[in-house]
Write a protein that binds this ligand. Structure first.
Ligand code: ZN
Ligand code: CU
Length: 488
């Protein structure tokens, strides 16, 4: 009699993450790995799950998150595992929790305050200290972390309205080197933000120099996602070429009515440039964005919802227009009274979102903001929305393609070895779900809600989500990028 599997999943339709058509089979897991796939009718498992024809997919990889602090302060990762996510990429948009080699300036500089408005969490002097904390107190999901250029600027510059000096660039470069040695997978920038917009292209290139030796990634919330989008793409590609590393265009989108429809132009440019250098992109499946509250972003939006406010916390979740009316002040004055604050901005075109989602090299990322009082629904809903609304209901692409965009493609681009596929020997990260009912439950009005149709979620062979709740297991690992893996 054969030794039973630790976990045996019977009667699955297996969507393996490569984009290949689904097939029927059983999956046997031993310890943290997938041991056997096939007809395992004669076998037993210490834990058995009969899927009765429902789907087994690789656990989803959230290509774009701001979970740096959540991994430590909310390690059950409920907004993530409830969607089937088993790995998060953190440190995006120039914002990382580490390193902060000096006391973080108070009040916490936006957009760093999206991670922590008080500042106590910016306590890791070296990136290695942060990685050690993640390992000592594992979360439910795996993670792979970027180091943020805006964090480095806050750490090294006293005046963020200026380019970094030679000496400051040398300091930032040393911090990038330390982060990469400690296991970071690359650098992110948020050149769009007021705190980084003064950084010339050369500052970014010189700061990112250490990436090449580590096969690191350059991920960017680009300088301009509106009228200047083509220049921003060109700048991103130049940084990638000069540093000699792959680039990831974060949450690709076109902002503002004047730019609606221009994804035809941007995707054509990306496609042609992909022949010359490694490029990929991620996207969240909504027409509203979310970040810190500002008057110019509000002015270019059709609607604004306040997602949090330090000054007037009771107004989180309300429309800015209603708040201004009730206070009897202008929208601008209302914004001033709410600060510091965050917001959800409706200023994208549905046709662009769909075109970008359909692009073959687009990965799914949530860009969720886990500490917002009334968060954008993308935090809890992104992945099931792609599977339910976009794949099943609208038929934008088959389920196999949807899963590929959240698993195999993402693992390959981020160089996460043995992840993102269901294969013998691969890590046992799994999302088990019902293809007929899987969908988002989170809405703009009720943004905190676990997805529908997700049965069971497994990370490194351990069940982290089952029957609508977190199990409390914390098997997450800190993942590194394969040094000689595919160059995205
Ligand atoms: Zn961003
Ligand atoms: Cu972001």
């Amino acid at each position: 009699m054969q030794e039973p599997f630790d976990l045996l999943i019977r009667n699955a339709q297996i969507v393996d993450g490569t984009g290949a058509p689904r097939f029927a089979g059983d999956i046997g897991v031993r310890a943290a790995r997938i041991d056997r796939i096939g007809d395992l009718a004669g076998h037993r498992g210490r834990t058995e799950i009969d899927l009765a024809g429902r789907i087994a997919a690789p656990g989803f990889i959230d290509a774009h998150t701001h979970d740096d602090r959540l991994l430590l302060s909310g390690g059950e990762m409920a907004p993530k595992v409830s969607q089937g996510i088993t790995t998060v990429i953190g440190g995006n948009c120039g914002i990382s929790l580490a390193p902060m080699p000096r006391p973080v300036p108070q009040p916490v500089t936006p957009p760093l305050n999206l991670l922590d408005g008080e500042g106590g969490w910016f306590r890791f002097r070296r990136f290695a200290d942060y990685v050690q904390a993640l390992r000592r107190q594992p979360a439910a999901t795996n993670c792979a972390m970027l180091v943020g250029h805006t964090t480095l600027r806050v750490a090294c510059l006293d005046d963020l309205q200026r380019p970094a000096t030679e000496g400051q660039i040398t300091q930032m470069r040393a911090l990038v080197q330390e982060a990469m040695e400690a296991g970071a997978i690359g650098v992110s920038t948020g050149l769009f933000y007021e705190q980084a917009v003064a950084a010339p292209t050369e500052e970014v290139i010189e700061t990112c120099r250490p990436l090449k030796d580590f096969n690191g990634l350059y991920c960017t919330h680009m300088r301009d996602e509106a009228d200047g989008i083509m220049d921003s793409l060109a700048e991103t590609f130049r940084i990638g070429r000069e540093v000699g590393v792959p680039v990831v265009i974060s949450h690709h989108k076109l902002v503002g009515r004047a730019n609606y429809g221009r994804s035809e132009e941007t995707l054509a440019f990306i496609r042609s440039q992909m022949k010359l250098q490694p490029i990929c992109l991620d996207c969240y499946p909504y027409t509203a964005g979310s970040t810190v509250l500002s008057a110019d972003r509000a002015a270019t939006s059709a609607r604004v919802i306040v997602s949090w406010s330090q000054a007037l916390p009771e107004l989180a979740g309300r429309d800015l227009a209603d708040i201004a009316r009730e206070l009897g002040v202008s929208q601008e004055e209302a914004i001033g009274r709410l600060q510091p604050a965050g917001a959800i901005y409706f200023r994208m075109d549905e046709a662009d979102v769909q075109r970008i989602l359909q692009f073959e090299d687009t990965m799914i990322g949530s860009d969720g903001l886990p500490h917002d009082a009334s968060p954008h629904p993308r935090l809890w809903g992104s992945f099931p929305r792609v599977l339910g609304h976009y794949s099943r209901t609208l038929g934008l692409f088959p389920l196999e393609q949807a899963v590929h965009k959240m698993t195999g493609l993402t693992a390959r681009k981020f160089g996460l070895a043995g992840r993102g596929v269901i294969a013998e020997g691969a890590h046992a990260d799994l999302a088990l779900f019902d293809p007929d009912t899987v969908d988002e439950a989170a809405t703009y009005a009720e943004p905190i809600a676990p997805a529908r149709g997700i049965d069971t979620v497994v990370v490194n062979g351990r069940i982290v989500w089952r029957a609508g709740r977190a199990t409390g297991a914390r098997p997450g690992q800190v993942l590194s990028r394969a040094r000689h893996g595919e160059a995205a």
